[in-house]
Ligand binder design. Structure first.
Ligand code: SF4
Length: 393
């Protein structure tokens, strides 16, 4: 198993292919666990925050030498939960080991209740220039159903404050919450036009194993929104946000010009990235690795000077090409097919071409000029299409 204790190994990997452009750091704490969430996190464990900041600082220091990146994403969980003192320590470690250069985008995910003038000032002073707000809805009923801990008023106030201090503000919105109507969803979308938000991410509610909602659904205590209504909600998001000038640039993401998320584009372009913290993935050279998902196990391993890595895969050239195609196709602009043709090995190219021909004939993908991309009909099916591209002969 690869050990992050040996900085030479990590550096060797990062130098063995394209240079990593991005870094993701996972803060695994929240105030409470929302009913639909099965992420790697601990709720109400403030007692572990300091140990975590020490541990991730140690993991970063195992890089050995500072590694410049173009984008940083501090996600979770709820990174904004950390006290100003601990946040300062964390941001200081990140700034030391991952100096930001080039494209320069540093995002923090924040709970609306943590968005205060003093926090915004602190985050900005370390170079954070993008805030991603876990708002989910402006409707009191929907927020209650989703078990969120903020009110519509708090969300509006936090957005206003963030927009006045941060160059880029993104809002997460969930649709298809139990009992939600198309009118409620339309109202949520329309609010985006009046608050100065430059980026919106929308996700249909899912019922994942490990989340409380999953068990409630099995016991018929909650009901899923009808599939056709969920589809209509997705299409409504595209129509409403685009009409507000917030363009659709990826299956679930919308932005005004110049505010598409550079960090996520790194994933969709199959760039290489570093990952730190429990459950964080890295992609270096042709190696994909994932840290231990359990926070306590992650903390223990770092304290015992053991690698936090739990799983590690070596991707073949064929797997890398297929993933590059699939991730690229998530973007509305699609992929430059002639470029892929030149880069892919012959067998992979032939296999993907066969799938593509089929999906073009079905009207789910279009080939215009030198690009292939999802059609509007293909967008709603896309999650069901990708497996074929990853496995076809
Ligand atoms: S949905 Fe977000 S805020 Fe809620 S528990 Fe999950 S990570 Fe935390």
């Amino acid at each position: 198993m690869l050990s992050k204790l040996d900085p030479q190994v990590a550096l060797q990997l990062s130098n063995s292919g394209p240079r990593p452009k991005a870094a993701y750091l996972h803060v695994p704490f929240c105030y409470h666990r929302c009913g639909y969430c099965n992420f790697t996190l601990l709720a109400g464990r403030d007692d572990l925050h300091e140990r975590f900041v020490d541990a991730i600082g140690t993991e970063l220091s195992w890089l050995g030498t500072p590694q410049p990146v173009e984008t940083i994403f501090l996600g979770g969980g709820t990174p904004s939960i950390l006290s100003p003192k601990l946040m300062e320590r964390l941001l200081d470690s990140i700034g030391t080991w991952l100096p930001i250069q080039g494209a320069r985008e540093w995002t923090i995910e924040a709970n609306p209740r943590d968005i205060t003038s003093s926090n915004l000032k602190l985050w900005s002073s370390f170079g954070i220039n993008r805030i991603s707000i876990g708002g989910q809805s402006f409707q009191a009923r929907k927020l209650r159903v989703l078990e969120r801990d903020h009110s519509p008023e708090e969300l509006s106030r936090s957005i206003e404050l963030a927009v006045s201090c941060m160059p880029q503000v993104s809002l997460d919105l969930i649709f298809a919450a139990p009992g939600e109507t198309l009118d409620e969803w339309q109202a949520d979308l329309k609010r985006c036009g009046s608050l100065g938000i430059g980026h919106v991410s929308t996700y249909g509610l899912t019922f994942e194993k490990g989340a409380r909602f999953y068990g409630q659904l099995q016991r018929h205590q909650i009901t899923k929104v009808d599939e056709q209504i969920e589809l209509d909600m997705y299409n409504m998001a595209i129509d409403t946000l685009c009409a507000l000038g917030i363009e659709h640039y990826e299956i679930s993401n919308f932005a005004i010009e110049g505010q598409a998320c550079l960090h996520n584009q790194s994933y969709w372009n199959s760039d290489r990235w570093w990952g730190f913290g429990p459950s964080a993935a890295s992609y270096l050279g042709s190696t994909r690795s994932v840290n231990h998902r359990g926070t306590l196990q992650y903390l223990r391993r770092i304290q015992e000077n053991l690698s936090p890595i739990d799983e590690q895969d070596e991707l073949t050239a064929d797997q890398q090409d297929r993933e590059r195609f699939v991730f690229g196709m998530r973007q509305r602009k699609g992929v430059a097919w002639d470029q892929f043709k030149a880069d892919f090995c012959e067998n992979t190219f032939q296999a993907i071409q066969k799938c593509l021909d089929k999906h073009i004939a079905q009207g789910w993908i279009e080939h215009a000029e030198d690009r292939v991309r999802l059609t509007r009909a293909g967008l709603v099916l896309s999650d069901g299409l990708w497996h074929e591209y990853l496995t076809c002969d």
